[in-house]
Design a protein around this ligand. Structure first.
Ligand code: NAI
Length: 728
């Protein structure tokens, strides 16, 4: 609700957007805003107006649910209310505290002046929801700050810190104290000054000599980043309209483009992802214990064991969350290596944060300590183990931790697939043991799978989830099984890609199809980047590779299941990917980045097919896509019925944030629901018939059940799983 209050002596009215917690512009808020603006306009005692937000926040923007709500109950559109503000004859001043995003910033752009607190941020994030700023933002912002800066803000949806916004000209003044009071004084100062030049609708978008080239460059840039998501491109069209259309026609064009986007499947997918992600913090166990009932324990000091690829990033993430860290390695050489790596990561992070107006200060004594001595872990509240993926080693570490650490310390493992219960079994407090599966690079990647073992206490879950949040991660609670959710899905996807190239395709073709679908990198390029040896080591431990196999077993079979030894053979040939200069592709040197097609690999594949009497066939693009994506969703249905993920949204959140699934496709489970479960089932049945030895293609019982029940919408799947299997 908007509240109307008198300001200072010169009768400055203060309109306060009030819709806690973020003052989103819901229909009632809009109705109140319109009423108060109209009232101020006609009230002769009011000389100027300050628009601000209640509780120290301007506004996080339009309520997403309003976007697609056709029944507005007679409430005017946000654009027309903004136009009312802009046309007012009385100076309108936006007092921005904390944030003005989306519709919030559009309201501020309709005001004649904008004053903000130094710590405020502004932005137009609609593009990330598959939309464009549809209340004049694409027309007013370029008029105010020019095309290049407006394009940058509108096509990325980034948050702009106040200092940068001032430089760009979005803001007129920054204040360090009370923003609303400053805005009232400001309004008094500008009373009597002509308003005409402050109305953005009357301005021209500044012309540039190379305007066409600017738009072209922006198009190339978004095309590269958007991977098939079309809202950034449509945002460009809208901004471009501000350069050749008069304001009112530009607004009409903006509306037309907005309507195009809102009815697109992509906006639906992106909004689904937004809500799915937001819901992950609200974890719950079938026992009824949940985020609401279980408080996390404070973590005042943490330790990280192992400073390899993962440990380094975890140390940096902890420090960014202002948690002092003890970092432990196995020997002096690795400790020094780890120290160097952590320090250089910290330097880079500090620089990056500085650019965004933030600070990373690690100079405080005792904030970061490096050691070889387990005794240093005596008083830490939480330990994250990130040593090699080897059960015997992990158990040895946890045995030591159990002896050294205080009993109430939480013991976390960053294992990517091992059994949490087995690790916990060697400790004296298995209820304190929890999986915290970070993704590489750990200081960048947002995903954190919090893995719940059979004896993990709800307090340990609450603490790991809250720690993840403090580290800026999206924590998703998952059950304990080999590979948890993410890697279990990934294994299914990868095995399809190997089978497909065995049957006649190539890494290039498979990568192209999946990149066209929207993955940033196809599976073979990802594998070259991550290193083929990682999976090889894991398969060796699982007894899947050559030397541990019973004699006489066909190399392409494990029991009755098909197995592809292709990645193992590549590793045996020293082809670990980028790090060795060759893998599925060829690189100009070890560590090289540019993948080239490798004639060796193609000859090898032909030879391999001859040896194993595989008739080479053309695998169509549709088959590549369907087998890869439907086998992912199929495993997702199994994961749901096994109770490893609490809901389809959890699976989608994991696969989007940890495995490069394109957000605008909504995640594998959302995608399956959009394609239609009967279609997914029918295709899987067809591929399973053709490949009876590939279990990943056998339709899961839960998928079959859903189709038999008439393919209910995704929201209802959970209620149909039955909780008897839940590992959560
Ligand atoms: P890494 O091989 O890069 O580093 C492991 C580190 O542990 C090495 O620096 C090693 O010296 C240290 N270490 C070994 N034994 C030790 C001991 N007894 N005491 C102290 N330090 C010891 O391994 P990476 O890739 O960092 O993996 C660590 C864990 O994270 C593994 O469980 C892995 O499965 C998991 N993980 C790895 C991901 C990746 O992309 N690399 C992603 C997610 C999880």
């Amino acid at each position: 609700m908007a509240q109307y209050a008198r300001g200072g002596a010169a009768a400055v009215a203060v309109i306060r957007l009030c819709n806690p917690p973020l003052n989103t512009l819901s229909l009632p808020t809009l109705r109140a805003l319109e009423r108060e603006v109209k009232h101020a306009n006609v009230d002769p005692t009011v000389k100027a107006v300050v628009i601000c937000g209640a509780n120290g926040k301007f506004s996080a923007g339009a309520d997403i649910r309003v976007f697609s709500n056709t029944d507005r109950g007679g409430v005017s559109s946000l654009e027309s209310i903004i136009s009312l503000i802009e046309k007012s004859e009385k100076p309108m001043v936006a007092a921005i505290e904390d944030m003005a995003f989306g519709g919030g910033l559009e309201v501020a752009l309709g005001c004649h002046y904008r004053i903000a607190h130094v710590h405020a941020r502004v932005g137009l994030p609609e593009v990330t929801l598959g939309l464009l700023p549809g209340a004049g933002g694409t027309q007013r912002l370029p008029r105010l700050i020019g095309v290049p800066a407006a394009l940058d803000i509108i096509t990325t949806g980034k948050h702009v810190p106040a200092a940068e916004a001032l430089k760009l000209g979005i803001l007129d003044e920054l204040v360090e104290q009370n923003t609303v009071e400053a805005a009232i004084s400001f309004a008094e100062r500008v009373l009597g000054q002509p308003i005409e030049s402050r109305r953005l609708c009357l301005k021209q978008t500044p012309r540039l000599p190379n305007m066409e080239a600017v738009f072209e460059e922006a198009r190339v840039k978004v095309k590269k980043q958007a991977r098939g998501c079309f809202s950034p491109e449509v945002c460009i069209q809208a901004v471009q309209a501000s350069t050749y259309l008069p304001f009112t026609e530009g607004i009409r064009k903006e509306r037309e483009l907005f309507n195009l986007l809102i009815t697109s499947g992509q906006a639906k997918a992106l909004q689904y992802v937004f809500f799915a992600q937001r819901a992950m913090g609200k974890w719950a166990l079938p026992t009824g214990v949940s985020w609401k009932t279980k408080a996390p324990q404070p973590i005042q000091r943490a330790a990280v064991i192992g400073l390899g690829t993962m440990g380094r990033g975890i140390v940096v993430s902890l420090l960014k969350a202002k948690i002092p860290v003890v970092a432990l390695e196995q020997d002096k050489k690795h400790l020094e290596l780890g120290r160097g790596a952590v320090m250089s990561l910290l330097e880079r992070e500090a620089l990056r944060m500085q650019k965004n107006g933030q600070q990373l200060d690690i100079s405080k004594r005792g904030l970061l300590q490096f050691t070889l001595d387990f005794g240093m872990l005596r008083d830490v509240d939480l330990v994250i183990e990130a040593v090699f993926e080897d059960m015997a080693l992990k158990k040895e570490i946890f045995r030591k931790l159990s002896l050294v650490c205080k009993p109430e310390a939480f013991l976390c493992t960053n294992t990517s697939c091992l059994d949490i219960d087995e690790i916990a079994s060697v400790t004296s407090h298995p209820d304190q043991v929890v999986g915290t599966h970070f993704f590489s690079p750990a200081h960048v990647m947002k995903l954190l799978e919090v893995v719940y073992g059979s004896r993990t206490s709800p307090t340990a879950i609450a603490t790991a989830m809250s720690l993840g949040k403090a580290m800026g991660k999206i924590g998703v609670l998952v059950g304990n099984c080999f590979g948890f959710v993410g890697n279990r899905l990934l294994n299914r996807y990868n095995e399809q890609t190997y089978f497909i190239i065995e049957e006649g395709s190539t890494p290039e073709e498979v990568d192209k199809v999946l990149e066209e679908f929207g993955f940033k990198m196809g599976p073979f390029r990802v594998s070259d980047l991550a290193g083929l040896d990682v999976g090889w080591r894991s398969r060796k431990v699982q007894g899947l590779t050559g030397d541990k196999m019973p004699l006489g077993l066909p190399p392409r079979q494990r029991g009755s299941k098909r197995y592809s030894p292709l990645p193992d053979i590549l590793c045996e040939n020293g082809r670990y990917g980028q790090k060795t200069g060759k893998g599925w592709y060829l690189y100009d040197k070890p560590g090289g980045r540019e993948a080239k097609s490798d004639p060796w690999l193609h000859n090898f594949l032909s030879e391999y097919r001859r040896t194993h009497k595989i008739a080479t066939r053309t695998v169509t693009q549709d088959e590549i896509l369907e087998r890869c994506l439907y086998s992912l969703a199929n495993e997702g249905f199994r994961i749901l019925s096994d109770g490893i993920a609490s809901c389809p949204e959890a699976i989608d959140t994991i696969y989007i944030n940890g495995y490069g699934w394109p957000r605008h496709r909504g995640g594998p489970m959302f995608y399956a629901s959009e394609v239609g479960l009967p279609t997914v089932l029918a295709k899987l049945q067809r591929y399973a018939e053709a490949n009876p030895d590939i279990p990943g293609l056998q339709p899961s019982a839960f998928l079959q059940k859903l189709v038999a029940l008439g393919s209910p919408p995704l929201k209802q799947w959970l209620s149909l799983v039955g909780s008897q299997n839940s590992k959560l």
